[in-house]
Design a protein around this ligand. Structure first.
Ligand SMILES: Nc1ncnc2c1ncn2[C@@H]1O[C@H](COP(=O)(O)OP(=O)(O)OP(=O)(O)O)[C@@H](O)[C@H]1O
Ligand SMILES: [Mg+2]
Length: 332
């Protein structure tokens, strides 16, 4: 078996922008995901990090086959996952699950926890015959650290962290190979975040899962990620192992994000130079020419406006999409 489970190449997802009341005219496109390539290895966690609107959730939606891709390719265990139909697509929908950010709105308030966690069995009855479902749901609740006796309670009777555990139990029900975690802890208190992250880590080991782990913040994904991809305006600007990204970042955007990560030690904090990014993220409808980061980059020169920097290894051991990639340790 190949050690790559998902292979994505030049993936593009554009949303048309329409105006007009009756005859809706397409006046442009939101270039939400604009040429993304990466591999997900079996059993690894790939962190995907970037500011709001850079295309993280859109990438997740395309991988989940909830949105069609505009172009590009993606394979799951070597087979084209973007065109699968019928029984092959049904199997894919078992193999890849998603955990969403908001445990308050992603669970149906009128369904009991048992019904929520067991719902995937209704859609895929082959996984668990009817008579065995309640027992399976109890086991799933136990696996995620919830009391199996609470199977008949409703979502509002649980805390935020517990609700996220319900979402995780549901994602596990069909014994998936990959879980896409779209900011699963962003809505939770910091003290609860670590517990949920630890649970996800334990489940990964227990079930041999591969994760695509989406977050805003580099500090959130560090502990769990084997590799990290940094996104900016629909593109991956730097990708590398946990050590390469956090200890030897080469893209100015990654360096700026790292410089904003809170450092608890006051002495180290004083030593550190914080890089403040000027301005807002430009619109993905009309991104800057050349390098998309150039309008906020302190290194930008003429070439950055005319030539798109390819994601290739220029310095060190990992790829970075910057004409002037340079190793710079940010966190002392
Ligand atoms: N269905 C849609 N139709 C039109 N535009 C969309 C749609 N979904 C997302 N977008 C746009 O695509 C861009 C990327 O959005 P996306 O939700 O993927 O970003 P994100 O990185 O997940 O952001 P956040 O961190 O806020 O969750 C944004 O400009 C967003 O407005
Ligand atoms: Mg999102």
């Amino acid at each position: 078996m190949s050690d790559t489970i998902i292979e994505v190449r030049d993936l593009v997802k554009h949303f048309p922008v329409r105006v007009g009341v009756l005859f809706k005219r397409v006046v442009g496109h939101v270039r939400a995901v604009d040429g993304v390539s990466f591999d997900l290895k079996r059993g690894e966690t790939l962190g995907v990090v970037g500011e709001s609107g850079c295309g993280k959730s859109t990438l997740a939606q395309v991988l989940m086959r909830l949105e069609p891709a505009t172009s590009g390719s993606a394979t799951f265990e070597g087979r084209n996952m973007l065109t699968m139909k019928g029984s092959e697509l049904r199997k894919l929908r078992r193999d890849i699950q998603i955990v969403l950010q908001d445990p308050y709105t992603s669970l149906n308030p009128r369904m009991t926890v048992g019904d929520i966690v067991g719902e995937p069995f209704e859609i895929h009855p082959e996984v668990a015959p009817k008579g065995s479902r309640a027992q399976k749901v109890r086991e799933l609740l136990d696996v995620v650290g919830l009391n199996p006796e609470h199977i008949n309670r409703y979502p509002h009777q649980f805390s935020g962290g517990q609700r996220q555990r319900i979402g995780i139990a549901r994602a596990l029900a069909l014994r998936p190979k990959v879980i896409v975690c779209d900011e699963p802890v962003s809505a939770l208190d910091v003290s609860i975040q670590a517990q949920v992250m630890n649970l996800l880590g334990d489940l990964q080991t227990e079930f041999g899962l591969s994760y695509v782990f989406i977050a805003h913040d580099l500090s959130v994904v560090r502990h769990l990620s084997d590799r990290v991809a940094v996104m900016y305006l629909g593109k991956i600007v730097e990708v590398g192992t946990e050590e390469e990204i956090y200890e030897h970042p080469t893209h100015p955007y990654t360096q700026a994000l790292l410089s904003a990560v809170p450092v608890p030690d006051p002495e180290l904090r004083d030593q550190r130079q914080v890089i403040r990014l000027e301005g807002d993220v430009p619109s993905p409808v009309d991104p800057p020419s050349g390098c998309r980061f150039r309008t906020r980059c302190w290194k930008a020169r003429d070439i950055c406006a005319t030539e798109v920097p390819e994601l290739v290894t220029r310095v060190g051991n990992h790829p970075s999409a910057c004409h002037f990639a340079e190793e710079k340790s940010v966190v002392p």
